[in-house]
Design a protein. Structure first.
Length: 260
């Protein structure tokens, strides 16, 4: 009995160890999918400072003015504001100009499903404020409307090996500056693309008129009768039964005689 109990306990320990091993493996696999493919998504200034070129990003206008810069002012509202500096699309010097933007093209992206996330604040005089990602085949966009602040995210399937992220904003009142702020840009692979194989569907179903119908049913006289037992066989069975019964009677009589 003790041996059986030990066996049950050993099995339980083995199953628990297996569960822990699989769980740790799953966690490690999940942890490996945290690479941010965006270069300088936190908008760390380069050698030119907050008004200079932004490492990793291409600007639609020349840097060096308050039209597009890296800011750190919290506009009197520091709640949910990321640490450090952020991208500020402002159009202070040329409020009547076209929309301003920064962009980044990322190469050597493994095929898969990606999540794009960013912190956005449409603080002032915003007509449009978007962050768009495209791989040339698929496109996805996140946006913020006037006064909206917080994190946004979207997913996209990337199949071409590269993608371009564009952060763009434009003002409503063309005589005043705007404040479109962005920070903490991340592009992380979150899954694999499932390929569904096309299964051919057969539509050629034969008509009932094409199915042969057999009408030749054999007559009952042609079917052999399995219940017809030959008379000779029955006679043999009866004789055997009589002989067995006679033998049994003889034995009974013999035992009685011996008892007397």
């Amino acid at each position: 009995m003790k041996k059986g109990v030990f066996g049950v306990k050993s099995t339980a320990v083995l199953l628990l160890s297996l569960f822990v091993t699989v769980s740790m493996g799953s966690l490690l696999c999940f942890a490996s999918e945290t690479t941010n493919y965006v270069e300088n998504g936190s908008f760390t200034p380069g050698t030119g400072g907050q008004l200079g070129a932004i490492p990793g990003w291409t600007t639609s206008i020349a840097v060096g003015s308050m039209d597009l810069y890296l800011g750190d002012y919290n506009y009197g509202n520091s709640e949910n504001l990321p640490d450090g500096v952020y991208l500020a699309l402002r159009k202070e010097s040329h409020p009547d100009a076209a929309a301003v933007s920064v962009s980044q093209t990322i190469s050597d992206l493994p095929e898969g499903i990606y999540k794009l996330s960013a912190w956005m604040w449409a603080a002032n005089n915003i007509d449009s404020f978007t962050i768009t990602i495209t791989d040339g085949v698929n496109t996805s966009t996140i946006s913020a409307v006037l006064t909206e602040k917080g994190y946004k995210e979207t997913e996209i399937e990337i199949t071409s090996g590269s993608a371009t992220i564009t952060i763009a904003a434009d003002n409503t009142v063309k005589t005043a500056a705007m404040d479109a702020l962005a920070d903490d840009i991340k592009l992380i692979k979150v899954g694999e693309i499932t390929v569904v194989t096309d299964v051919p569907i057969t539509t050629d179903i034969p008509s009932t008129s094409d199915v042969p119908i057999t009408t030749d049913i054999p007559s009952t006289s042609d079917v052999p009768n399995t219940t017809n037992i030959q008379t000779g066989d029955s006679a043999i069975v009866v004789i055997v039964c009589i002989m067995v019964a006679s033998f049994a009677v003889c034995l009974i009589l013999k035992k009685r005689k011996q008892g007397e």
